[in-house]
Design a protein. Structure first.
Length: 161
């Protein structure tokens, strides 16, 4: 998110912190310590500072060796193995399977913005409050969900034929 509205809470917070780099570093550091304690063991978080877990069925897409935020890359090997490290399972294959299971496939059809590399190793939670990244996507409307699931099932069937 590049332009921020300074009349909103997040816009004001962002401007406040941008003018106080020491406070910004402190809060981001505290946020990162808490996030690391939770997200590293649970999701093998890579500390990208711009969390997309809610779009990727709660599997961290940043474990992909290509760091793709919109996958898969097209190089996935047979059996869902990674192109770069064939001994590993493709992260995006796992994301797709889990999305099917959790009925979250529609999130995979939303193209995520390119990663802001300047946010690496900063607190993703603080970045949400600052309006530097989107709020987590929690649920999908039932109609849209049905339509997207139908499309996903059709695509799977076509692939099998
Ligand atoms: S998407 Fe980013 S912040 Fe979220 S778990 Fe993965 S590396 Fe961590």
């Amino acid at each position: 998110m590049s332009e921020r509205d300074s009349s909103t809470f997040s816009g004001r917070l962002d401007a406040h912190l941008a003018a106080r780099p020491r406070l910004e570093r402190f809060l981001s550091g505290v946020g990162l310590v808490i996030e690391n304690a939770i997200k590293v063991p649970l999701f093998r978080c890579q500390r990208c500072g711009e969390c997309v877990l809610s779009h990727t069925a709660f599997i961290c897409s940043q474990r992909c060796p290509k760091r793709l935020r919109n996958g898969a890359c097209g190089g996935t090997r047979p059996g869902g193995r990674c192109e770069v490290y064939p001994e590993r399972r493709c992260v995006w294959y796992a994301i797709y399977r889990r999305s099917l299971l959790l009925r979250r496939v529609p999130f995979l059809t939303e193209r995520l913005a390119p990663h802001s590399w300047g946010l690496e190793h900063t607190s993703a939670w603080l970045n949400v409050f600052r309006g530097r990244e989107e709020w987590p996507a929690l649920r999908i409307g039932p109609l849209r969900h049905r339509m997207d699931m139908d499309a996903a099932e059709r695509a799977e069937r076509e692939e099998e034929d």
